[in-house]
Design a protein around this ligand. Structure first.
Ligand code: UD1
Length: 357
């Protein structure tokens, strides 16, 4: 069976890495990269560190409005499918690359499998929520990382093809977590000690426009102790445009975007993680680091319910208070699986029944 795996953004490289390693044992794998993330720090560095290698097809779509980007991806992925003639398509997460892969598969009548299915923020103002809902509706095989994801799909009437497999990011965190701390020069290279700083990330669309961006800068300024912030290019552009970059640089250590190993090393040694990323919230939990989520909602609700994560939105007072008293829940169960999600998914995807049934 020939499987087309569609990647394109940083979080997709992270999910694809452990899964591709298992998929090549089970299927003929063809990898198409949309090129949504093209900066070295957001793309190639992951391929190199995580052993992904070059994609078979590079669509080189780049940035643009949601419509421009998704339209270019639709055309490129459709051409690729017609050329490669896969038996099924695999997509990851909730980005515009995910949506484009899902729509092409559906329009060409190909069975679609979705990694990280069933996640919901219940906020349709987020582009990612729209992408998730559409993609899950079109998928025949839905790889759910948690019981909550299975329940979310059931509430939308989707039970067929929904499989509780665990989260592939757990596989990677367990495999590379200790190695990251050994190999990376961080946090020592910044003169920082284990437990002696906060790690922050900001990139969501809603947080990179004013007034939210200014409120987040104010919140980060008020966090006690050193704050390290690897800066996403979207946020850098927005900060420059709003005249806030110099002010932020006075208050926090601003770094370029980091590869998986350096980011993981910084996360594992942080006192607290302040973020609006979905992946970082989950990774903070996986490495037992308290999290402050600068959003109104989260898809990773287990981290909040278990007392390891708190939602502050862009409220500077709430950010300051939450960072001063980080939450370490009383228990730390394996709610996202046992670290063997990738092999489970590869076996399921190789079975013919889901494609023909
Ligand atoms: C995308 C995903 C988001 C995911 C994030 C991970 C969508 C709708 N959003 O957001 O869910 O959490 O990736 O990082 O797909 N840019 C560069 N270089 C690049 C890529 C982007 O400079 O390699 C800049 C461009 O100015 C671009 C902006 O960042 O316009 C936003 O990029 P885009 O891919 O639209 O969204 P992300 O914010 O990266």
């Amino acid at each position: 069976m020939r499987l087309l795996s569609v990647t394109g953004t940083r979080p997709q490289f992270v999910k694809a890495a452990p899964l591709h390693a298992e998929l090549v044992k089970q299927v003929e794998l063809v990898v198409a990269d949309t090129g949504q993330h093209y900066d070295h720090e957001l793309s190639r560095v992951f391929n190199e560190e995580l052993g992904l290698g070059d994609p078979d097809v590079q669509l080189g779509v780049g940035s643009g409005s949601h419509a421009e980007m998704t339209a270019a991806m639709l055309v490129g992925i459709e051409r690729t499918v017609l050329d490669v003639r896969p038996d099924a398509v695999l997509v990851y997460g909730d980005t515009n690359s995910t949506l484009a892969g899902a729509l092409v598969a559906a329009k060409l009548g190909l069975p679609l499998a979705h990694v990280e299915a069933g996640l919901r923020s219940f906020d349709m103002r987020m582009p990612e929520e729209v992408n998730r809902v559409v993609c899950d509706r079109l998928s025949r095989l839905l790889f759910c990382p948690s019981e909550v994801a299975i329940a979310n799909l059931a509430a939308e009437g989707i039970t067929r093809g929904a499989e509780l497999v665990g989260d592939v990011m757990v596989d990677l965190a367990r495999l590379l977590g200790p190695l990251a701390s050994e190999r990376s020069p961080y946090p020592a290279a910044l003169g920082l000690e284990r437990g002696g700083y906060a790690l922050a990330t900001v990139h969501r669309q809603a947080n990179t426009v004013q007034p939210a961006l200014g409120r987040i800068v104010e919140g980060l300024e008020r966090v006690a102790g050193p704050v390290v912030l690897p800066l996403h290019p979207r946020t850098r552009e927005a900060l420059s445009g709003a005249g806030l970059l110099a002010r932020l640089e006075r208050a926090v250590h601003v770094l370029p975007p980091l590869g998986y190993l350096d980011f993981t090393a910084l996360l594992r040694a942080a006192r607290v993680c302040l973020t609006d990323s979905g992946g970082a919230q989950k990774e903070a939990y996986l490495h037992s680091v308290p999290c402050v989520t600068m959003r109104e909602t989260t898809e990773w609700i287990e981290t909040v319910e278990l007392g390891w994560n708190v939602l502050t939105a862009d409220d500077p007072d709430a950010i300051e208070a939450a960072a001063a008293a980080p939450l370490r829940g009383p228990t730390h169960p394996d709610v996202y699986g046992d670290g063997h999600a990738a092999s489970r998914m590869a076996k399921l995807v190789a079975e013919p029944a889901w494609r023909t049934g």
